[in-house]
Design a protein around this ligand. Structure first.
Ligand SMILES: [Fe+2]
Length: 294
């Protein structure tokens, strides 16, 4: 998956008319074609080859416990039987991008909106909107984990507040650098827990193995001030030491932090600061080349 996918994740898709007030639709699992199931299988098998030794233990466990397999796009009804019982979350189908407040309202009520469609077979690495592979393969295994389950619900509640305060960009960065592109230090090394990485073959390798990006210890006010790449791999990945750190984030009152960072300068995506705890100082080669070489 290209990072561009998430650029307007919560934005309003032009021309889409919701069928219900909360924008949900029926998944219509029976209507997927053989070709669509085959695309899922291709993506599933590609990620399944890459993720052992790269995805965090909780992702692997969540995947193991869910009715998600290579042979078919998962049926949300069957997913929800397991997910509801484990963490009280459910997956709901949406036709594509939904407005911010609709997205937050779902998360605040432990409903994860998932695109019901799947990308085209000739565009396996390009997405304009999150599809069922990104949303289900990337996000749902982590929603089986109690810490992530609480954290994402708190993000939904926080999103509704941040919107009123006009500071949504600050909060969105926290989501971006954790839920979508987060890394966690585990006993055998750095591991992926962010769905944007876990659902992307190329970023799975880039985020962990490439010399180019920075890997920096997560720090909340610092992350709030850090812009991100919406059209390419991240220049910096932020690393937590344990998923339970997200639980404490879920309980922090962000309001004083917003006030603190609101008038401070922002950081560029690839910037390394004197106070950073740097795990890997990236060469920056990849993005330099993309900018025209240096
Ligand atoms: Fe996502």
């Amino acid at each position: 998956m290209n990072a561009e996918t998430m650029s307007s994740k919560h934005g309003l898709a032009a021309g889409l008319v919701p069928t219900r007030a909360d924008w949900t639709i029926d998944q219509g699992w029976e209507h997927y074609s053989a070709q669509e199931h085959a695309t899922w299988k291709t993506l599933f098998e590609r990620q399944s080859r890459l993720l052992p030794g790269r995805a965090c233990d909780e992702f692997v466990q969540g995947m193991r416990d869910l009715p998600i397999a290579a042979d078919a796009i998962p049926d949300f009804r069957r997913l929800n039987d397991v997910l509801m019982q484990r963490t009280g979350w459910q997956v709901v189908a949406v036709p594509g991008l939904v407005p911010d407040e609709v997205f937050f309202e779902h998360l605040a009520n432990r409903r994860f909106p998932s695109g019901h469609f799947i990308r085209k077979p000739h565009e396996l690495d390009y997405l304009e909107e999150p599809d069922v592979f990104h949303d289900v393969f990337g996000h749902v295994p982590m929603l089986m984990n109690p810490a992530i389950a609480d954290y994402i619900q708190a993000y939904g509640q926080g999103g509704l507040r941040a919107q009123k305060l006009g500071v949504l960009d600050k909060l969105a960065r926290v989501y971006w650098y954790t839920v979508e592109f987060g890394l966690v230090q585990q006993k055998d090394g750095l591991r992926i827990y962010g769905a944007g990485i876990a659902s992307s073959a190329s970023e799975t390798v880039f985020a962990l193995d490439d010399a180019s990006p920075n890997r920096v210890r997560f720090d909340l006010p610092r992350v709030m001030r850090t812009r991100y790449r919406i059209d390419d791999f991240q220049e910096t990945y932020f690393v937590i030491n344990h998923l339970d750190e997200l639980l404490s984030l879920a309980n922090i009152d962000f309001a004083p932090l917003y006030a603190q960072v609101q008038h401070q300068p922002e950081y560029a995506p690839g910037q390394v600061l004197p106070d950073d705890v740097v795990l890997t100082r990236g060469t920056g080669m990849y993005h330099d080349a993309r900018r025209g070489g240096k």
